[in-house]
Ligand binder design. Sequence first.
Ligand code: NDP
Length: 483
Amino acid sequence: MQDTQLIETLAHFARERIPERHVHPPLPPGHAYGEFTCTHDCSDITSASFLGQVGKTTPLLLRISTVGPEAGSADTTRDVHGWAMKLYTDEGNLDWVFNNTPVFFIRDPLKFPSLNRSHKRHPQTHLPDPNMFWEYVEPSLLAFHVGNPEGFHQLLHLFSDRGTPASLRHMNAYSGHTYKFTLKVTKVTSQDGSFKYVKYHIKTTQGIKNLTKEESVRVAGENPDFLIQDLFEAIDRKDYPEWTVYVQVMTPEQAETYRWNIFDMTKVWPHSDFPLRQIGTMKLNRNPRNYFTDIEQAAFSPSNMVPGTAPSADPVLQARMFSYPDAARYRLGTNYQQLPTNAAKAPVYCPYQRDGHMNFSDNYGADPNYVGSSLQPITYYPDLHGQGPQAVSTVTEHEKWVGQVSNFQYGLYDDDFEQAAGLWKVIGKEAGHQERFFGNVAVHLSQVRSSKLREAVYALFGRVDQGLGEGVKQATEGLVRST
Ligand code: NDP
């Protein structure tokens, strides 16, 4: 017991693991540093500094992960891929916490824990369970996915070729949510304090490449870390992957009369209505120095925003703005924002957040720890607090929305299948893609024991497109009969 080095080392070893992320767990993500470059003048839509000048570059950290499988699982498993990116702008950190699909399974955030449980392990068998994936009954909630068919648009993305990317370098990312770009009102600029709704699109310069289900299963067996290794080695050999960043832009007036609810993240804004407008490019050019400090301790949240950007009233986005920092406080502790990987590169002055476990900042020294002191803080959000010498108004005045804040409806409507039908046609333009889709669903759905439940799934695919429902049924029942 007097060998204190031994005791300390053993004690430290027992404490080396921190809680795993509940969704988007630690392995297998791909991750890298890089930079964003503003390529187009955006001054008519946002006063965000990182978009304030053509050619301006902003350092970034990106972490790409699967969602459902836990640490150490094969990274070519069919799953939505999360795209968590931190832009270390000169006005503070902006996080883009996106996916590689433009829509999501749900539009009511109350369903989020159930959705994820239904994609994870069964409470008794501790196995991933297709029965549960398609239908999962919790005492107080609805069933999945048959019970929540607003997610069928997203299921079309998941079971399309894009559900198994061949490389993280050959994958797109989308905000899914509607965000806002805002213009700051100051005495010295002509910007008018108005806002626009935007959706982000990040499109690979390398082109989309996917694995077939046979390839993804083989690669999973041969090298479960295939995607992370591919990205690391590409950057190591200086083959830096690049993407082009676009936004779709909509005015509040257009939003009020648009046929789709723009706060419903099971829907896209069709390109034909709102074309992509380029804002920048991004490149990954540096591997992390240490996985734990740079990536495992990284905490991303859609609530990390900079002036010129703002959230919309999308209920799922609003819920994520609570849930992500809350998860980070649980996983990393109260002062997680001080960790080097999370700390803003720009000066941040917030002396009302003091003390707490593992505080390793200077804790604002002797500065007052209450609001309204005579000490003039750095005006980090002048337009929000109205404290800056140039601020004459608040952004919020310009964000009035006519209507009532309410939960999303549980109802399902015919037009919930319309965009999924659009995607089915897009998929049909690629040779053999629809047939591969049938096979991708069949291998999963054929494991569902109840024929009644399988019939319910065929009926819902049939609501998207009759041929789709029939094709899924034929492929699935063929597999059921052969097993
Ligand atoms: P468009 O023809 O304008 O857009 C179709 C888009 O679908 C393409 O731009 C492409 O997105 C994406 N796409 C192409 N092939 C596939 C595929 N195999 N799997 C998944 N996505 C693919 O039509 P609409 O804008 O009217 O959209 C129709 C459907 O396309 C929607 O239901 C939606 O699911 C899907 N889509 C639409 C997007 C949008 O913003 N409008 C974005 C992504 C998908 P990309 O160019 O980004 O690769």
